[in-house]
Design a protein around this ligand. Structure first.
Ligand SMILES: O=C1C[C@@](O)(C(=O)O)C[C@@H](O)[C@@H]1O
Length: 153
């Protein structure tokens, strides 16, 4: 069975490309997803992309991923800083995940420095712009291969 990554984007990430472009750049979410699928396909990995502005919908998606995906890449948007529910869902399904932020959350408002996910993530990427998604896919691909018994990173 093809290995599978679930790529989750949280609230307002559907506005990528038009939202505060000085912070988030000009690439759209569609660009990001298209690029992620092309990159993953070259590695024989399937990417399922999901975006929602609703916390419960993200929790439902994570729960449904149990036993279905090998890794989750998640940009939780503002829920990063507020959501115990998303943290609990990720821990509940036990799927390894990478947390990604387009912007450098440590160079912005103080409250953006706290994440409910980072201490449980396999890796945290921030400040690389949308290239962070590319880095996350490459990392997840290698990490999944490690799980499948291939050589270490
Ligand atoms: O919506 C977002 C996007 C973000 O996750 C990022 O990708 O840089 C950073 C969050 O603080 C913010 O609420």
């Amino acid at each position: 069975m093809a290995q599978k990554i679930l790529l989750i984007n949280g609230p307002n990430l559907n506005l990528l490309g038009t939202r505060e472009p000085q912070i988030y750049g000009s690439a759209t979410l569609n660009d990001v997803v298209k690029q992620a699928k092309i990159q993953a396909a070259a590695l024989s990995i399937q990417v399922e992309a999901f975006q929602s502005n609703h916390e419960g919908a993200i929790v439902d998606k994570i729960q449904a991923a149990r036993g279905e995906v090998d890794a989750i890449i998640i940009n939780p948007g503002a829920f990063t800083h507020t959501s115990v529910a998303i943290r609990d869902a990720l821990l509940g399904v036990g799927i390894p995940f990478v947390e990604i932020h387009v912007s450098n959350v440590h160079a912005r408002e103080q409250w953006r420095r706290h994440s409910y996910l980072s201490d449980k993530a396999q890796a945290v990427i921030c400040g690389l712009g949308v290239f962070g998604y590319t880095a996350a896919i490459e990392f997840a691909a290698k990490h999944m291969k490690v799980n499948a018994g291939a050589s270490k990173l």
